[in-house]
Design a protein around this ligand. Structure first.
Ligand SMILES: *[C@@H]1O[C@H](CO)[C@@H](O)[C@H](O)[C@H]1NC(C)=O
Ligand SMILES: *[C@@H]1O[C@H](CO)[C@@H](O)[C@H](O)[C@H]1NC(C)=O
Length: 420
């Protein structure tokens, strides 16, 4: 059964400490939360600073639209479109879903506007129905699903579970010490959902304390998958894999157990996070394609942030209350770069997929563009409850409010499952 502490961001801390310490610990932790999932130092990225998603008046040519069409073989491209008004509003509330973690529970944390809840994603050339939880669960009888990645995957799994929760409450059947990897079961449907914490997808030694503050650089093995997900891979029927911003952290890279370079460190040559990300995706896709296991694997592209007037560490904020219109926004350099690598590696994987006799069905879930149009969907200041808000120094413009835009990702996933 769900624990009483389910609203807390970090249950193990709460179990151990007294109330006031907890408060301090949790608030410090929340700083860590953002700290952890963003860059671990001010000098981390080599790209230009903060060319944030500010609406630009020139029409943005969707340069790769044509290419994406090819990947979708004539079917309507689910990922090109707009956010349209949806009077139906969210599937669940801060009250009906017991597993929304505090930092994403914007309503509960006092976010005053609610307009951001009344939008849904509309592909340009077709309509995608709203997620049908009952139909979905029926389809998923005796199946198992895994979300593999970083805190955005955790964000996503919570949205997914909250929607299904309307039909049946899930039972938590596993969690690791830090509640980072978890598993739930829907008893009437014998449907299992796993969340696997693997922010870099590869074998990594992460030296962070519980506040997300790095005590030393991450050691990342570019030639080894993270066994945490790879060892369980064959037990899943559906998998959503994702990489993302963790690759921007200070990392020392290893191959064959030897240092081959690093990103933002001293003492080893700069390897380039892009080269490392490319290598990681290649290893992951090769593994998926060469596996005998029959499954649907969706690779979710990186989720963009919307810090404006600074970065997370320099007072960046996100106060918008409505989506951008298609074509009115340009991806930040770093997000564009990541998405490009993701697409290039995915396309190579598709080629080897058609050449081999793989049984896997690997698809791309191109969330970057549609998410980039939702500057209004982040907790910002409302990542914690504090009446005066004086203590909230770091805004969260990376994760997403729940309910919020992530709920629409599930509409698309259902469509992808039905199409597969
Ligand atoms: C949910 O949010 C509403 C405001 O939208 C608030 O009045 C209510 O107290 C919240 N409930 C919980 C359990 O946080
Ligand atoms: C539940 O589903 C799993 C596969 O996910 C299967 O191995 C097991 O036999 C199922 N249990 C029942 C009672 O049908």
């Amino acid at each position: 059964m769900m624990k009483e502490k389910r609203f807390e961001w970090n249950p193990w801390l709460i179990l151990k400490q007294n109330q006031s310490l907890v408060k301090f610990g949790v608030s410090f932790l929340l700083v860590g939360l953002v700290f952890r999932f963003l860059y671990t130092s001010g000098t981390t990225t080599t790209t230009s600073p903060s060319s944030i998603a500010v609406p630009s008046l020139e029409e943005n040519s969707l340069d790769d639209a044509e290419e994406i069409q090819i990947l979708h073989k004539g079917k309507c491209d689910l990922f090109i479109g707009n956010w349209i008004r949806d009077p139906l509003g969210p599937f669940y509330t801060n009250e009906s879903c017991p597993i929304i973690e505090s930092p994403q529970n914007c309503m509960k944390n006092g976010r005053p506007d609610s307009g951001y809840l009344y939008w849904r994603w509309k592909p340009r050339d077709c309509d995608v129905p709203r997620f049908n939880a009952k139909k979905f669960l029926k389809l998923m009888r005796d199946k198992s699903w895994a979300f593999i990645g970083d805190s955005i995957s955790r964000n996503h799994v919570q949205s997914f579970l909250c929607i299904l929760w309307k039909v049946e409450a899930a039972v938590e059947v596993y969690h690791d010490f830090e509640y980072k990897s978890r598993r739930w079961h829907f008893p009437s449907y014998n449907f299992t959902v796993s969340l696997i914490w693997s922010p870099l997808l590869l074998k990594a030694d992460i030296h962070e304390d519980r506040n997300g503050v790095a005590s030393s650089d991450i050691h990342l093995h570019l030639d080894k998958l993270d066994a945490k997900w790879a060892d369980q891979y064959e037990t899943f029927d559906y998998i959503i894999l994702s990489g993302g911003k963790w690759f921007l952290k200070n990392i020392i890279y290893f191959e064959n157990g030897k240092v081959v370079g690093c990103h933002n460190c001293k003492g080893a040559p700069e390897y380039g996070f892009d080269n490392a990300y490319r290598k990681a995706l290649k290893l992951v896709f090769d593994f998926v394609i060469n596996s005998e296991h029959n499954s649907l694997v969706l690779f979710r592209t990186a989720s963009p942030d919307h810090f404006e007037n600074g970065e997370w560490f320099s007072g960046g904020t996100c106060d918008r209350t409505a989506p951008f219109k298609e074509g009115r926004v340009k991806l930040k350099d770093i997000d564009a770069k990541m998405r490009l690598i993701e697409f290039e590696e995915f396309k190579k994987a598709r080629v080897s997929m058609t050449e081999s006799k793989t049984r896997v069905n690997l698809k791309i879930f191109d969330n970057t563009h549609l998410a980039s149009l939702r500057p209004d969907g982040h907790p910002g200041l409302y990542r914690e409850f504090h009446p005066q808000r004086r203590n909230v120094k770091v805004h969260d413009c990376l994760h997403w409010c729940l309910p919020g835009p992530v709920d629409s990702w599930n509409d698309l996933i259902m469509e992808m499952v039905l199409r597969s």
